[in-house]
Write a protein that binds this ligand. Structure first.
Ligand code: XBP
Ligand code: MG
Length: 244
């Protein structure tokens, strides 16, 4: 029986990457005097690497290997990431990152029905708090029994670690939960943790390999708890996209 929803953040709760994280990275690079600029297409490629610090390291190794090789580069990455997170949180507080269709109503319905809620994300905890407060409700963090975010685990998605961390805090078997993800990396992580998983495709993840997902939806618009219970309970052929 479905007892909990475990939701990813970036691409699932909201379309945060193209117009949120990406401009925040670019603002940090500019303020640090680095001639780096991640356009929409390049950022889509860089999203193959989860974690902002890991993503900057990957980028530098390929596009600025001499800088990446310098002693103290890791400190520079940490400073850049703190700056980027500040800029991202400002964007979120300014109301620039709305929730995706159906997310708010579904979370409220889940609460009213006594379903437990959790977050499992690669992004930094500050980003989660800002998004929940600005886009859902000032007290929304308290809606979640567990918020697994960023460096709370060493290995990021597609490793299952963040989902295992959340399941440990929920004290629930994976089979009693439904994970909601937007990306192949996230789906891999959830499946590796034994979680039945629903995918809602996002701007940067449309058309990725979602083998193993119980269902693939364009978004959560019009999706009811009954729909989620049906998907969780008897699954839906992966090729069948529910009419929302
Ligand atoms: C998406 C990520 C994160 C964000 C950037 O996380 O991979 O790294 O792109 O956030 P998810 P940070 O889809 O698991 O929510 O810079 O804080 O990592
Ligand atoms: Mg995601």
């Amino acid at each position: 029986m479905l007892q909990a929803l475990i939701l990813d953040v970036d691409g699932t709760l909201a379309e945060t990457e193209r117009d949120g994280h990406r401009p925040a990275f670019n603002a940090a690079f500019k303020e640090a005097g680095l001639p780096w600029h991640w356009d929409v297409a390049l950022y889509g490629e860089l999203l193959a690497v989860t974690g902002g610090k890991e993503r900057m390291n990957h980028y530098a190794r390929h596009y600025a290997p001499e800088l990446a090789a310098k002693p103290g580069f890791d400190n520079l990455v940490r400073k850049l990431h703190l700056l980027k997170t500040e800029r991202y949180v400002e964007l979120v507080h300014a109301g620039r990152i709305p929730l995706r269709p159906g997310v708010g109503p579904l979370l409220r319905a889940a609460r009213s029905a006594g379903l437990r809620l959790a977050i499992a994300t690669t992004t930094s905890p500050e980003n989660v708090s800002a998004l929940l407060r600005a886009s859902l409700a000032p007290e929304a963090e308290s809606w979640f029994d567990a918020i697994g975010a960023g460096d709370v685990v060493a290995k990021k998605k597609p490793a299952p670690d963040i989902y295992l961390w959340v399941l440990e805090r929920l004290q629930l078997p994976a089979a009693a939960c439904l994970a909601i993800e937007d990306s192949a990396h996230g789906l891999r992580a959830a499946l590796a943790a034994g979680l039945p998983t629903l995918v809602t495709e996002a701007q940067y993840t449309r058309g990725q390999d979602f083998s193993g997902a119980l269902a693939i939806l364009p978004d959560l618009g019009g999706v009811t708890l009954e729909t989620l219970r049906r998907i969780h309970g008897d699954g839906i052929d992966i090729n069948e996209t529910l009419s929302s």
